[in-house]
Each structure stands twice: as C-alpha cells, then as structure tokens.
Design a protein around this ligand. Sequence first.
Ligand code: AMP
Length: 537
Amino acid sequence: MLGLNSCSTKAQQFCGFLCTFAAKHPNLQPPVNLIQRAHYHTQRTAIKDESGSYTYGQLLQQSGALASMLLQEQPHLQETRVAFLCMPGFGYVAAQWAVWRAGGIAVPLSAHHPLPEINYILHNCGATVLLYEPVFETLLAPVLAAGVLRAVCLPASMVPASGNTRLPFVLPKQKALILYTSGTTGKPKGVVLTHLNLEAQIMPLIDAWQWQPDDYILHTLPLHHTHGIVNALCCALWQGACCHFLPAFDAAAVWRAFLQLPVTLFMGVPAMYQKLITYYWQQPQPMQQLLSAACSKLRLMVSGSAALPVNVLQTFRQISGHTLLERYGMTEIGMALSNPYKGERLPGLVGKPLPGGVTVRITDENNHPLPDGETGELQVKGDAVFLEYWQNPEATRQAFTPDGWFKTGDMVQVQEGNYRIAGRISTDIIKTGGYKVSAPEIEEMLRNNPYIADCAVVAIPHEQWGEAVSAAVVLNTLQLPVPVSEMAAFLRQWCKTQMATYKTPVNWLFLDQLPRNAMGKIVKPHLKQLFLKQNEG
Ligand code: AMP
C-alpha cells in the first residue's frame, strides 16, 4: 500500500500529467482533480450517512452512472446548469460529482429555503435540469408540475455500473459551481466558481490544517454554502478522508457522535458552538466529563462564516480543551485568513493570510493600499477568487477594482501580522455623529454583560447623528436586576462605564431570539426593520 504522503504526491504528479495529456487529447478523461484522486483510494470509506457507508469506488461508480444518465447520449453538458436538492449524504455527493463529470455546472439547492427562494435560484441560474431525492417531491411539487425543467428523481440505491460510459473532458477553467450568497444583504447573487477556483480554494486548506487520509470529519453544515462544500466536504474527499454526514446540526447528536465515532475534525459556525455549550451545561456532571473527554480526542475544531465571540471561544476551551481555530473567508474567495494549526490562536482575531490561493491587501476607499495598523477594506487577488456573478456583469464590475482586486466589503485591521475583522462596510460600520464605529466591536463589549445572552448591533437613521447605534438583545435567563421595561436604561448606564459614549446604543430592542439565516448569520436588514417598526410604534 502507498504511504499516506506518497499517496497524495503521486496523485498530484498524476494529475499534472493528466492536464498535459488532456491538452493534447481533448475528449478523453475528465481532469477534475478532486475526482481523479478518488481512483487512488477506491477501497477507502468516502461517505457515511444515515443510509450506510460508501467507498470512493462506489462514489465513482454512482457518479459515473448518473453522469451518463445526465448526458443522454450528448458528448458534454457544456456548462448546463443542473440544480440539485438532496439530503446531506452520499446522494448529494454523487449528484454533485455526476454534474461535474458530465461537464455541467452544479447548483446546490437547500431544503432550508422556502419554495419562492428555490424558484428564484432556478430562474436566476437558468437551470434546465433538476435532480432531487424522493423526500423533496412534496416541496418541489409546484416546480415539477410546471414541467419547464427536466426533473430527475434520484435513485435511492446504487445504480449498476454501465461499463462503457464515456465521460467528457472537463477543462479546469470550466464553470463548476454556482453558489448563492447568504443574502444577509440584498437579493442573493450567484457566485460562479470554476474547477480551477475550487482547487485553489481546497489546496491551501489541505496544507494549513494538515488534512490526512485517515481524517474523519463530522459534517453538519449546510451544503449550499462554501463552508460545508469546500472546507468540509471537498477537503475531506481531496485527501481520501471520511466525511460523516448528520442530517442536520443538532447539539445532542453532535455530542453523541463525538462520544461514539472516531471523529478527528469538526467545523461549525459560532452559533453551533454556542448550542454545543448550552447543551453541555444542561448535562449532569459525570456526563459533562465524558463529553469533555470525547471532544478532546478531536485534532481540530474550526469556526467561521461569522465572528466568533470571545466568550464563546473561552467557554468552549473551558469545556473541551480546544481553542477553536477561527478563520475568515467568503463564498467568492474561499478562505483568505486563518489562525494557525500549530501555534497560538488569538481570540477575536482571524490570523494571517493563508499561503496559496489568494494574495491580500488593505486599502482606503480609493483602493490605495494602507500601512499596517490602519483600518481599511480587505481586497483579494488569486486563483481562488471567483469568476463572476452569474449573468450580472454590473455587480461583477463593481466587485473588482480596475486592476483586478476583489473588494470583499469587509473592514479589517492588522495587529502585529494578525487580522481583526472590523465588520462589513455596508452594515457593520456605523457612522454616528461623525464617528465611525464598528458594530462587532460593540457586540463583543455587550456580551461581557452577564444579563446579555446574545446581541446584534445595527445602524438606524437618526436626524441628529446620521446613524444611531442600536442594539438588539436576547436577555439571559438570570434573574434580572430591574423589570424588562427598565433594562434599556439599566444597560445604557452600564455601557457608559464600558465604552465611549458615542458607541453606547441609543435604541434597544429585546427579542427571544435574533433573526438568523441558514448559516447562522444574523440577518441585519431584518433587524433594522424591527427597529424601525418599534420606533414608529
Ligand atoms: P459567506 O460568503 O456567506 O461565507 O460570507 C462571507 C462573510 O462572512 C465575510 O465577508 C465576512 O463578512 C463574514 N465572515 C466570515 N468569516 C468571518 C469571521 N471569522 N469573522 C467575522 N466575519 C466573518
């Protein structure tokens, strides 16, 4: 058997050879490296899900059979958009690989999305084929009844290998994936990623987080988003590791999996870690000890997609022994900044630029680079950066500087080489009375108050100050020092002892929970509407 490292080196050499070969011989083997590499570990377990356990060989067989079914005698799908709606598991991965192997663009849909959003995506990307699992037939009934798309219900079991399937050659520069961005602001846009982009997003993570073929990732992230698709799923499959899917995130099920399965890696958004903490504290002490021991066996736990509150990092460290590795990235660029795998992970910071996929810089509003220490926009260039917004040349043009840097829209600051995210330019930087204040910074300070369980800060238009700092708060279940109706005044008083007066929230809103999207990100435009309604009333 090949050694673990020689396995990946040999696979890389082979893939390099394939690319050269393919350039000379179009119409032969598909060179999607992620898929080619699977031939090196056909006997290893690729996927585990509720229905069973599947090897890389079975994944190749199933995706090959589905690819020929998609092709229907055509030689190549030629970037046809194929939308698919599957449960997290083998069926999802086989469908995604089938689209790629047939030369199509995969457009993953989410069961978290209500039908109007699914319709929006199908319409926006111009999908002509829809793959779905039987469990989604009811949800999709109106789409299926409209009869506009070629709808294919996916088989629940393995399709026998046809033997003589001839799959097309797929160029690395071909479009592979359209991901619709989270939609915390504006209408979702389709981010187009090529096979080359995906590889450039995967490879730096393999090195940085030291993925190994014997890794075992517990996957509970949504599969229509970069975090779940690229960081968790594609990295595992690139390295010949095992990806174990749970149907959805559930704190009890995750802890159970840590107890019972040989999990080495876990990736989550901060809200998931918060839920793991809450569940942990609800357990009797002997069980807490078991959970802590189970968790300490993992080699890496990663947090991203939203800012990791320092108190969550600290509490999770206390119960698990893990200092969560916080990283920063975006659907459009993959991961750009990461705390180290080995070495100190700094609370509240997202680490340093990841070598490989992207180069980064910080600029002022005129796209001029700024010196270290100054707060400015993070801009990114490199192979990992997406190709375009689907059929939206104006949005694509606006997203890049004239010399080709992608404007992330995130304000950052470098402190001794490590990056701090100061917030989104559009929603998180509040201009109040001439001061520029960072909403995440205020949120971090508010979380230090024992009566605040969760919070989000937004800007609300204000006659005098331009914008008013406004805090939406979920109160803790602790006994409050004053009635809820007086908590705003109480917290405002407390804030004045903690932060500059101009940062102290003017408007307060008390909610049972904050509005979040499928990725656990707070939907700030929705919050703003709630504030505006409160102010009207
Ligand atoms: P998405 O494309 O849905 O992954 O969203 C990307 C956005 O999430 C970034 O532009 C940031 O605003 C935010 N984000 C991702 N990771 C972090 C992080 N570690 N800290 C703060 N914000 C983050």
